[in-house]
Design a binder for this molecule. Structure first.
Ligand code: SF4
Ligand code: SF4
Length: 133
């Protein structure tokens, strides 16, 4: 799993941050960390919409993205951003590793490592755990 992050070289294109989309679900830890960083939970709330189950969903394009500076909350960015372009497995496919082909740097890795994905797929839980540490 380290191999993915060793090979992955973010192009800093910002595509994952500035593209309009459904939004980015914030974990409890994300809300706490980012609110503390901003000094206001209310401010973060104003940048989110509420999901059906009460979750906070950060609006997209991301309000924290700056075209010259990049991510303005990089040190405290949400877990989803830390894992990207890897995606959590779907409920009905818990052991499948999903890599977002929308990301050009992920496509670079895929081109170099075709056979490697099958191995990586079996270790998804470890990948997620090590990315959270
Ligand atoms: S889309 Fe991929 S290459 Fe571009 S900034 Fe996001 S992670 Fe980096
Ligand atoms: S929080 Fe930062 S890394 Fe995440 S989408 Fe927004 S600008 Fe990008």
């Amino acid at each position: 799993m380290e191999l993915f992050w060793e090979l992955f070289k973010c192009r800093r294109c910002g595509r994952c941050c500035y593209t309009p989309g459904a939004g980015l679900v914030l974990e409890r830890g994300d809300i706490k960390r980012i609110s503390e960083f901003l000094g206001s939970k209310k401010r973060l709330r104003s940048m989110c919409r509420k999901g059906e189950d009460g979750t906070w969903i950060l609006k997209q394009p991301c309000p924290f993205y700056d075209s010259s500076e990049g991510c303005r909350i990089y040190e405290v960015r949400p877990l989803t951003c830390r894992l990207y372009p890897l995606h959590p497995p779907l409920k009905d496919m818990p052991f499948n590793l999903a890599v977002d082909s929308f990301c050009p740097a992920a496509r670079d890795v895929a081109k170099k490592t075709l056979g490697w994905w099958a191995i990586c797929e079996k270790h998804w839980a470890e990948i997620v755990k090590s990315s959270q540490e």
